[in-house]
Write a protein that binds this ligand. Structure first.
Ligand code: NAP
Ligand code: FE
Length: 366
């Protein structure tokens, strides 16, 4: 057997993880750039906890609270300008995947002042300032992945920054997710689920990464039932957060594949939230598998007998109605067919017609 397994992020999971570990902030420097979305971090208690932890340990901070969903490189530049002017030593991302990913990208831009949106994708490997991640959705798993997904308005798509930015610390406290409305809870949970699926049915999967995925599927067996019943208690919040961390650890090793790569176009051009974009493509993607041995094992961990049973659950949770033309399907398919990074993660050969079929059967209702 052979595998490589890398998880340099120190994960602190549990209620009050930020305050209980406040001393760790001081190990990263004297001044931090705190990066959040526009409002949720101030409402769900995460910003207050971080601000208190910093104040009590004598770490100064400046706040950048303008990160939008699917953060643009323009926003990354704006936040890093603040970080550079303020001479910060490290960056703290608080929020869903958008602020955490933006914080990671800013940590690269601040450390390398010559980097901007014109040269980042051709820059080669760069160092970054240390990053601390505090997730408030469950989720992207970004707190434990090396990825930073940004929106390039010049290339008209979302893409990985291409740098390896594992947060130094992840403080994971599911109490911040208690305030998540039902629809965002569903969308973000489906993102976590799609990480587990795409990482498991993946050309790079290994004995080690499968351990994380299989535990994650067992958690989802419980979480799907709670989501369908709209019974979002604290036990559910903890378990779905755990599943999200497991999914993150796993995609940090293996990467994602078709639904993620194909979904980016649906988010950029059709405005679908990230988790929904993956979720709407998942069933047709699963149906393309010619060898279903591992897929059937996955269904077993989920307590399901068939893809149809999984489809019935997803249909109860998501209802995507978008208008899409044949030309658009063709354009999106051509664009994805050029995404070698995602295609090489898929364990079977994918033809152009498979890609078209996944988009069409998922999005054009018969
Ligand atoms: P998000 O875009 O970060 O946030 C979605 C919405 O949820 C925002 O309106 C946000 O409000 C709100 N929100 C966040 N936490 C909340 C809370 N606790 N209570 C109430 N509202 C809350 O959503 P996300 O799905 O977590 O992140 C998606 C992004 O992550 C995408 O760009 C995706 O590509 C990326 N992603 C990254 C990775 C990775 O490994 N790096 C993996 C998967 C996905 P505010 O704006 O006010 O905060
Ligand atoms: Fe994702």
């Amino acid at each position: 057997m052979e595998f490589k397994f890398l998880m340099p992020t120190e994960i602190h999971f549990g209620i009050d993880a930020v305050l209980k570990n406040r001393e760790l902030f001081r190990t990263l420097g004297k001044k931090a750039l705190v990066v959040t979305g526009r409002s949720s971090a101030k409402k769900n208690g995460s910003f207050d906890d971080v601000s208190r932890a910093l104040t009590e340990t004598g770490v100064e901070y400046v706040l950048f609270d303008e990160v939008e969903e699917n953060p643009s490189l323009e926003t990354v530049e704006k936040g890093s300008d603040l970080g550079k002017r303020s001479n910060v030593d490290f960056v703290i991302g608080i929020g869903g995947g958008s602020p955490m990913d933006a914080a990671k990208a800013m940590a690269v831009f601040i450390k390398n002042p010559h980097i901007n949106q014109d040269n980042i994708f051709s820059a080669g490997k760069l160092e970054s300032l240390p990053v601390v991640a505090v997730p408030t959705t469950a989720g992207t798993g970004s707190e434990v992945t090396p990825y930073s997904i940004v929106t390039s308005n010049r290339e008209k798509t979302k893409k990985n920054l291409g740098q390896i930015i594992f947060p130094r610390y992840a403080f994971v406290d599911c109490k911040y997710t208690y305030s998540l409305p039902y629809d965002i809870t569903v969308n973000t949970a489906i993102d976590a689920f799609s990480h587990l699926v795409e990482g498991y049915l993946n050309a790079n999967s290994s004995f080690m990464s499968d351990i994380y995925a299989e535990k994650g599927f067992e958690l989802f067996r419980y979480c799907f039932e709670k989501l369908v019943n709209r019974d979002l208690d604290s036990e559910f919040r903890e378990k779905v957060m755990l599943a999200s961390v497991l999914g993150g650890v796993q995609i940090a090793q293996n990467g994602t594949s078709l639904p993620h790569g194909m979904g980016y176009m649906l988010t950029y051009f059709k405005g679908l939230p990230h988790g929904l974009a993956n979720g709407v493509l998942t069933i047709e993607y699963l149906k393309t598998f010619r060898d279903r041995t591992k897929l059937n094992r996955m269904l077993g961990f989920l307590g399901l007998g068939s893809i149809d049973e999984l489809e019935a659950i997803l249909n109860k949770l998501i209802d995507v109605k978008i208008d899409i033309t044949d030309d658009e399907i063709n354009e999106f398919s051509m664009s994805f067919a050029g995404n070698k990074d995602k295609l090489k993660n898929h364990p079977e050969k994918v033809e152009f017609d498979d890609i078209v079929r996944i988009y069409r059967n998922s999005l054009v209702k018969q």
